[in-house]
Design a protein around this ligand. Sequence first.
Ligand code: PEP
Ligand code: MG
Length: 595
Amino acid sequence: MASSNNRRLRDVKLQGLAASPGVAVGRVLRLDERGRHQFYYYTVPASQVSREVSRLLGAFAEARAQLEEIKSRVARELGYEHSYILDAHLMMLEDRGLPVEVEQEIRTRKINAEWAVRDVTDRVINAYKQVSDVYLRERASDIEDVAGRLLTILSGRTEFEVSTLDKDVVLVAKDIWPSTIAEFNFNHVLGFATDAGGMTSHAAIIARALRVPAVVGLHDVTRHVRSGDAIAIDGAAGEVTLRPSKGVIRGYVEKRDAQRRLRPAAPSEPAETIDGVRITLRANVELSGEIESLALFGAEGIGLYRSEFIFLHRLPELPSEDEQYEVYRGLAEATGEAGANIRIFDLGGDKLTLDGFEPEQNPALGLRAIRLSLRTEHVFRTQLRAVLRANLHGRLRVVLPLISTITELREAKRIIAEVKSEMADAGIEHNASLPVGVMIEVPAAALMAELFAREADFLSIGTNDLTQYLLAVDRANENVAHLYQPLHPAVLRTIAHLGRTAQAAEVPLELCGEMAADPVQAVALIGLGIRVLSLAPGSIPQVKNAVRSVEMTSLTDLMSRALKLSSASEVKELLEKELPRQAPLFFSALATKTS
Ligand code: PEP
Ligand code: MG
């Protein structure tokens, strides 16, 4: 890593996380950390409380108007499939929870609107920061962003103005906030590089959705550059070169141009290998706002709906049956024949948890997911009733997270059958044809897959957790991130075993971990026998391109060689050497070497 006194050195290479593929060569625009304004906090006399409340409501209305305006700009300039990134913010402003809570804070404590906004949002942010689930932890930045906007409006200041950018730049910042990104003129943003962030950070997710190359988690890139410096980034390799020399620039430019020649697969084109093997690409969805993007990216239904996201911003209050019904009905209607897999709440442990449950010593192995659903049966039953009713409007399935014993599956199925018959007895309209799947995330379930295949309607491999538990590596712990290796032969062998088992049992098999969103790992999975992948909608076109560029027979041979290797790095090396040979059009352009 470079040090601050060599900032003028050329060809300084930094390694970060490969957040969003693509190559960008340009000039740095360094963003300062968005201004944390000084606000005045004071108590108000009772007679002024309603004035503070109306200032607050005015600020919420103004924030909504600003975000709507940004959203339509994004839709206009980029297409509306990108504008959904602002929905989480808008939802927060519209949500009964936040405005009502802040208003209550003003009324009960008789404090000014700024103070109330800061206190309430800090509480929510802290709650999010406590959870060790990286994805949920990152959601704290949504709230911080909304809080910043409200405080800015209340204080009458204008935001840092970046929308007037008129040169092509690579943004370099400590972190990138969703609404800041949304305010850029995207035509001039070539890519970005940030100190902070992991693969599931906002910066990374948004970059992938916008298909802008990005490298995150660089720790101190902001210390080594200033605006105007030349920079080259390779988002697929997670590599950044500061002040690149001519020869190095040439390497990056060649790679960039090769990539540009690749035509993105159209939504209507099938994900089919050269030798005619059809692959199904479905979507992983967390927010209802993402539904609009399914058709645009060509998703064949939803392979994973992380239903616990309905709890976002509202725990410990439980979402009612009707609220859930509306969400699931929306998913059913949007996906039609292709259908949607509703994952039963994956709460507890390292994720959000229900009220009344204490933090645990070893949360990843604790009372989470299906274990918690079976413990809080009323929550489980409410969710099931909502799904069964919504199922009248499409083809829903439920999938049970973190199953480790057959008893859990049997118990869950017994409850499902009971709920159905209670609904029938009570004359509540529903569609009882509801396949029940099991997520294979625990080594025991993988080893016993044959048994689960007999009693479940389908299996879905969650490689994020499966990798964590197979390798005994906390998926959210930076200290052991180097040991979190989805290409570890143990992971690959387990997936191959699951592929064979499901085929022999003739039970449908899907895979919905992050691996599926990486083109190299996605084709590796296909070579191991997986035929249905579920991934972030924005990653579908690129993975489809990868699928369309490979031949299944060669891929199968390649993966049988990979299965005999002894480490993840050997597997990676083999794939990086062989895939560009087998599918030069796609993988040479994606290749990571710059020399
Ligand atoms: C997984 O574990 O792979 C998965 C898809 O579930 P989550 O990431 O929500 O735990
Ligand atoms: Mg999981």
